[in-house]
Design a protein around this ligand. Sequence first.
Ligand SMILES: Cc1cc2nc3c(=O)[nH]c(=O)nc-3n(C[C@H](O)[C@H](O)[C@H](O)COP(=O)(O)OP(=O)(O)OC[C@H]3O[C@@H](n4cnc5c(N)ncnc54)[C@H](O)[C@@H]3O)c2cc1C
Length: 461
Amino acid sequence: MNIAALKTDIAGVPIEEHPQIVQQKSRDFYWYSPVLKRQLETVKADIVASPRTPDEAHLVIGACFKNDVPLTVRGSGTGNYGQAMPLSGGLVLDLSAMNRVIEVKAGTVVAEAGAILADIDKAARPTGQELRLFPSTYHTASVGGFIAGGSGGVGSVRWGGLRDVGNIVSAKMVAMDGSHPTVLTLKGRDLNRVSHAYGTTGIITEVEMPLAPAIAWIDMITAFPTLEAAVRHGETLTAADGLLLKNVAVMDAAVAPYLRRHRPYLPDGSAFVVTIAAAFAADDVAALGEASGGEVTFRSDRVDMAAERLPPAFELSWNHTTLRALRVDPAITYLQVLYPQPDIAGKVMKMAQLLGDEAPTHLEFVRFDGAVGCFGLPLVRYTDEARLDAIVKLHEDNGCPIFNPHRYTLEEGGMKQTDPVQLNFKRRADPKGLLNPGKMIAWDDPDFDYGRPYLFPSLRA
Ligand SMILES: Cc1cc2nc3c(=O)[nH]c(=O)nc-3n(C[C@H](O)[C@H](O)[C@H](O)COP(=O)(O)OP(=O)(O)OC[C@H]3O[C@@H](n4cnc5c(N)ncnc54)[C@H](O)[C@@H]3O)c2cc1C
């Protein structure tokens, strides 16, 4: 790696070498995991470059290829698994200055990869449209980072996951394959080459995302005497084809103390369902809840949100639930669980009984291949790594797969197997293996045994 030559080659592009800023831009929300905090604490790039235009980005990418400098892309750095952390040092490509919303069309929006999701939505709203899906980091995350690192979130109860066919229209990406790198526009199934690849197969510079009609949404909380009743209500809402919903989250009573501003609306000892519903559907959501023994304790259309300084419901959901718990109790961490069909409620209750207060239940309901799906982000009262691994195993032994957020590789965080589409594409798009090294096990060690955790060579010391 020749950083001095690289700097000469990219003269004119804004760079940053101040050690503290480089360190800050080399980190994401990896500290959610005590395991990753220990492993990745010292990870740091050599230099940060912040191109302002596609031409500047191409120049930096080509110069990294020429000078054998590893390149890790950064959108906003809100990823949770050290995804955007440069394990081999080198250059962090900060795309936050490439943030233009290029065009809002009938049905889609075209934006540069560094554009913030909330800004894209703001540009779409005057046309009567809004983004279908966004992570709960809507106000800070970039659209490129969402595609490369995220999986779904608010809106998934209606539209499914981000990688579900149709949820991304196209992506322009740059390969790491020469001093004048190849630019490709990916559509349809080819999007799988870069979506959720952590930037190991290419750098996304521009995307086209589908839009939905803009809706007036209402936040609601319905309290239930038991967790099981709350889970069943979440499932009923998600299955109700006629209800227009944006999010359905279920939380056990033990989560209530962490949602501090909403605490007055969370009766002691009650499990609760946080729903984002179309205003015109709110009465139907309430009626369904009451018919199952629930009580609506909060509706955003009946309080002064600004005066009470209440965050929007999407910032109580997904990994914001974890964030709020961590702020109160830094010893808390979390897991990512799939509770498969059939009998979602039975599986949730089994795990809740096995783990009790060590892992308070937090569920997010989604549409999964046209059916009701349920992900869990249980809070975990962390003791040590061995116990965390035992809790993971307990879920898996009970038919609930874990997408482990305490691992920084694509495979271990996902399906624990090689993604052949991404691996084959990387062979062409990144022949020197310079893109986000260490995140794709299949590239480094094709025969890796998934029975043990992977440690990238640069971290072994
Ligand atoms: C409180 C909290 C709540 C969250 N809620 C959700 C949620 O609801 N749903 C969800 O899916 N995620 C969630 N996340 C994770 C994360 O916020 C999202 O995935 C977000 O979309 C990442 O965007 P970013 O711009 O911060 O990406 P970054 O963290 O900067 O990058 C993420 C990954 O993508 C790569 N990358 C970034 N930009 C590009 C690009 N242009 N081309 C190629 N590769 C690129 C990076 O190298 C990295 O591997 C949450 C995180 C936190 C801390």
